[in-house]
Ligand binder design. Sequence first.
Ligand SMILES: [Zn+2]
Length: 300
Amino acid sequence: MQNKLIYIFLDGVGLGDEVATNPLAQVSMPTLSQIVGKKLIRDVEVLTENVLLKGIDACLGVKGVPQSATGQTCLFTGYNAQAFLGYHLMAYPNDELVQIIEQRSIFKYANEQGLTNIFANSYTDGFFHSNNTSRYSVTTRSVLAANNRFNTMDDLMKGKAVHWDITNSTLQELPNNRVPEVSPYQAGINLKNLTDDYDLVVFECFLPDLIGHRKDMEKARWFFELFDEFLRGILYNKQDNIHILISSDHGNIEDLSFGGHSMNEVPLLVIGKQALQFQNVSRIDEIFDAIFSKLFHVKN
Ligand SMILES: [Zn+2]
């Protein structure tokens, strides 16, 4: 059976020390512990038949603290974006990074290889009515580069998409909102169900980066408990050919002693029978190639 992948990008999650200011050292995540058996902290390493967990480098030899635009371009194009620019770029991709994304975004490349793919995140009605392209994220640019369609609020209501906050909580603040909240468990099931129709499903959540910048331990604990439930939904009745890969663009939330990004390694967690194929990945720009060469057996 064809391998399938659910690629979850969590913004701002690194592997930090086992200290009181690291929510990952404090919080209980029963689903994750059952699979991994260890906490997501510095120097963690798990290699079993179906699970790979290790720390990987997000700095990529470029001076300074890693940032979102360059880190995410690495994750979703496989290029060393920070080396290309010569620095780490915050937030949204600039013209130079957009060029890289247009050359080889994960969705565009998947299309070229005949792999069905979807960016699972849903977009609000406001996105389709705005022309503010300067605030397009790497993932939005990646969808555009592939000429793929964006998921709408209608897709979300049909359970065919997942909102960036997982439970639709931020949508409840919108006037005349028509989207009800969902449990993280149900959102996980919805995400997993997309593999019925697609080989590659990508989802991004930037809650941990927001919480990290606010240095909010209570919210951080809340997030990881919620994420654990989300993971429980994803794993429910998961078929053997479906793989889950979780990684990040830079550290942040694992050290709430300050409200900025860290230079810590970020986790690479792969769940599924081909997990050990990712053993040689040691940097965030190496994930892309491993996905296509090791999991989807694309030959260059
Ligand atoms: Zn980021």
